[in-house]
Design a binder for this molecule. Structure first.
Ligand SMILES: Nc1ncnc2c1ncn2[C@@H]1O[C@H](COP(=O)(O)OP(=O)(O)OP(=O)(O)O)[C@@H](O)[C@H]1O
Length: 543
């Protein structure tokens, strides 16, 4: 029943979406190619950089008149040529590993610019280097200068392309001890509020800020996520005087309504996973946040000038449906749409059709819609048709066939999810459940065990579909169909992060096949049918 309902919903959404680009490839080549390519591509836990991959990039840049380009709706992002050199063949003796590294590099979305060229302060660049971030990604190269020039922005780029640092870095350029000037700050003021739809994502963003601020200054960022002790959060606000808060809508709104969060003079409001934050269940809390964060008392509500005196709005997601464009136009002041290789005024984005290419079309107009271009090119997609009672067994065979080491499997209902964990464990496969019914502490313990490799399969629901960054995840399985292609994109995007290879397998029943076909059209990706036999992945011929 639930899957049928989901199917109907998808159809309703689907008809309004345009069909994407299809490509077909040789079955046999795919089969063996995929089996060979599976597995962790990197055992290093640090961030993936050109250097960590054994490459260095040569950069050439050109300068243009950014202001005029912006006015005319043309990309402000220069796309310089990039050539990569192998550093030294002696550094990498294993030929297969070398091949994998080349593949990752080819797919990694690194821009041919350095962080310092983007206008970030030297102290912050130094800190980035220390943390292993050497080269910005394409979307960071596009977003950072736009935010530093005080533009309100909607940042859209595929999953795992580095959107978090795309806003964290410009904020740290202006706020806190790494900022550009050494103007003394008003200790009482919160300068940036970051809103995320889940605790896990909120905590992940906090860690990103903390990493760069360092142990001495990490108290300057405060988490305000739900499920944690509220009084302790309020005490920390009083004691630590943070300049940045990151939290979930409910908890931020609650503490704000209690008069314990003073955000009227806040400079930045970030809405991470903005399309999710627009959902009905967040409506009231988001209303309060939008009304109170960065709304200086005495500022007139009318006119762009007055609005500009208020906060800078930064909205982020891999999927940007037109509802987000519409909302961003009303919340922002002349906002820009920032994608990996283009920056255009949001006004030039019409309501129809979809973002099919990151290039600006000849008429200078970009078109926005959700799922196309939300998935990284490094993913391979399959679906396997089976009977419902064989789902968990198929999952187990799929993991063996692909030799996947770090698997996220999505289901829609908690009970089925628990059953699946039980069955996998009974067959000797280390599995754990993660869903909203668990306490915050249990959730973070499970995630830690999964990140450490103590758990091979994480059975979860939509809770983990957005933003969760586990670079080692090499396989995503949909054990039940996602509600629509937007949900498919976010689930699938938990693998193949930042140029790594990843596989997405959807295990479905015969009546759901048409949904898969619809979804591949909407997403503009090829989703091949497959089976798992004799410990191998067998890709079926097209009908
Ligand atoms: N310039 C960079 N160099 C190396 N690693 C980076 C860089 N920028 C980001 N990363 C790493 O890339 C990974 C993905 O980044 P992030 O989580 O910000 O992606 P995202 O685009 O927000 O994904 P999603 O849409 O799923 O939320 C993270 O592990 C992050 O630390």
């Amino acid at each position: 029943m639930p899957s049928l309902a989901a199917t109907r919903m998808l159809l309703l959404v689907g008809d309004s979406l345009s069909s994407g680009k299809f490509y077909r490839c040789s079955r046999v080549a795919r089969l063996y190619g995929t089996v060979r390519c599976m597995g962790r591509v990197s055992n290093e836990s640090g961030p993936l950089t050109l250097t960590s991959l054994g490459f260095k990039s040569e950069m050439e840049t050109t300068r243009g008149n950014e202001k005029n380009k912006l006015k005319n709706g043309i990309s402000t992002v220069e796309v310089p040529k990039r050539r990569e050199k192998k550093v030294s063949p002696t550094r990498e003796t294993n030929a297969v590993k070398k091949k994998e590294r080349i593949d990752i590099e080819a797919l990694a979305p690194f821009a041919a610019k350095s962080f310092s060229e983007l206008g970030l302060p030297p102290l912050l660049v130094e800190r980035l280097e220390k943390e292993g971030y050497k080269v910005p990604t394409d979307v960071q190269a596009a977003a950072i200068p736009s935010i530093l020039k005080d533009h309100d922005v909607v940042i859209q780029s595929y999953t795992g392309s580095g959107k978090t640092l795309a806003y964290v870095l410009p904020i740290l350029s202006e706020v806190g001890p790494l900022k550009k000037d050494d103007e003394p700050r008003n200790k009482m003021d919160i300068q940036a509020v970051v809103v995320a739809p889940s605790r896990e994502l909120g905590m992940q963003i906090v860690r990103e800020f903390e990493k760069l601020l360092g142990p001495a200054d990490k108290r300057l960022v405060q988490q305000l996520v739900g499920g944690a002790n509220k009084s302790r959060q309020e005490e920390a606000l009083k004691k630590n005087k943070p300049v940045i808060v990151v939290g979930t809508p409910g908890r931020i709104a609650e503490i704000s309504a209690a008069g314990k969060l003073h955000t009227h003079s806040c400079r930045y409001l970030v809405l991470d996973e903005v399309d999710e934050l627009l959902a009905f269940n967040f409506r009231e809390d988001m209303h309060r946040i939008l009304e109170h964060v960065g709304r200086r008392s005495g500022a007139s509500q009318n006119g762009p000038k007055a609005r500009r005196a208020e906060r800078q709005a930064i909205m982020v997601s891999a999927t940007v449906p037109f509802s987000v464009i519409r909302a961003a136009r009303s919340w922002g002041c002349d906002p820009l749409l920032v994608q990996a290789k283009s920056v255009v005024p949001l006004e030039s984005v019409p309501a129809s059709a979809s973002i099919k290419t990151s290039e600006v079309p000849s008429d200078g107009k970009l078109q926005a819609q959700a799922p196309v271009q939300s998935l990284p090119p490094s993913l391979t997609h399959y679906y396997s048709v089976i009977r419902i009672q064989h789902k968990v067994d198929t999952l187990r065979r799929c993991i063996h066939a692909l030799d996947a080491k770090c698997v996220i499997a999505f289901m829609n209902h908690t009970k089925q999810l628990k059953d699946a964990v039980f069955k996998l464990e009974a067959r000797g496969m280390k599995a754990a459940e993660l869903h909203g019914d668990l306490s915050k502490l249990t959730r973070s313990t499970i995630l830690k065990r999964f990140r450490n490799g103590d758990v091979r399969v994480l059975l979860t629901n939509e809770l983990s579909a957005r933003g969760l960054d586990i670079p080692e995840c090499d396989l995503v399985v949909n054990l039940e169909l996602p509600t629509d292609s937007i949900h498919y994109a976010h689930r699938a995007g938990r693998t193949g992060r930042l140029g790594r290879r990843g596989t997405v397998v959807t295990i479905c029943e015969e009546p759901e096949v048409f949904v898969m076909k619809k979804m591949q059209k909407q997403l503009g990706v090829n989703i091949q049918t497959c089976e798992f036999a004799e410990g191998k992945l067998v890709v079926n011929e097209d009908e």
